[in-house]
Design a protein around this ligand. Structure first.
Ligand code: ZN
Length: 203
């Protein structure tokens, strides 16, 4: 588990280069990088934490503090082992990593879908406008939703001002559902399962 924040600066030329190479796997990465742009003149600087199950991207330490406050789900609620693990955590990065991992494990538990899989990346946007900009860059049309999971980037996109633990669990459920089976289930089936997860998160 790498808990030291890493500065990731994303610039347009790198994306263009990836796209020109025209390699399938690099196209996927280009989409990830593209997510990080605010425009040629104003590149977005991302910080990242790697938890056990996810990569968490955020733009300022304050965003991470707000993200932590929005998620009212404590690793301690999962039992003594988690409680002691949580008590070791001192920094905000450790606390957030523990909380997201606890949420991820709870989603796996509800779905009974546990296997090693590619880590999803959680993009924590600082406000609605940034989130909507990311949506337009990815999908080329206006955003009408509060959060989403995007299979091609394996990314979860959230607005820290409009977020709760059920929403994040729902989007993580999509990531798990889409990677657990050899063939992705139909979108309607995945949505039913993801809604089941967020409604039973604290059962
Ligand atoms: Zn959904």
């Amino acid at each position: 588990m790498i808990l030291r924040p890493t500065l990731v600066q994303m610039r347009t030329p790198a994306v263009k280069q990836h796209i020109l190479i025209c390699c399938c796997c690099l196209i996927s990465w280009a989409a990830v990088l593209n997510e990080g742009f605010a425009g040629d003149e104003n590149p977005v600087h991302w910080l990242s934490i790697q938890s056990k199950y996810t990569i968490i991207m955020y733009q300022t330490p304050d965003d991470l503090v707000r993200f932590d406050r929005q998620l009212k789900y404590e690793p301690a609620s999962r039992g003594l082992k988690s409680l002691f693990s949580h008590q070791r955590s001192g920094s905000i990065t450790e606390k957030v990593a523990d909380k997201v991992d606890a949420l991820f494990e709870r989603v796996q538990e509800i779905l009974e879908m546990r296997r090693n899989m590619e880590m999803p990346t959680i993009f924590i946007h600082p406000d609605r406008d940034h989130l909507h900009d990311a949506y337009v860059r990815l999908f080329k049309h206006p955003c009408k939703i509060r959060a989403w999971y995007h299979y091609s980037t394996n990314g979860v996109y959230v607005n820290v001002n409009d977020l709760h633990e059920g929403m994040l669990a729902h989007e993580l459920a999509h990531a798990i559902i889409d990677h657990y089976l050899l063939i992705r289930p139909p979108a309607a089936t995945a949505e039913i399962l993801a809604r089941y997860v967020d409604s039973h998160l604290k059962d």
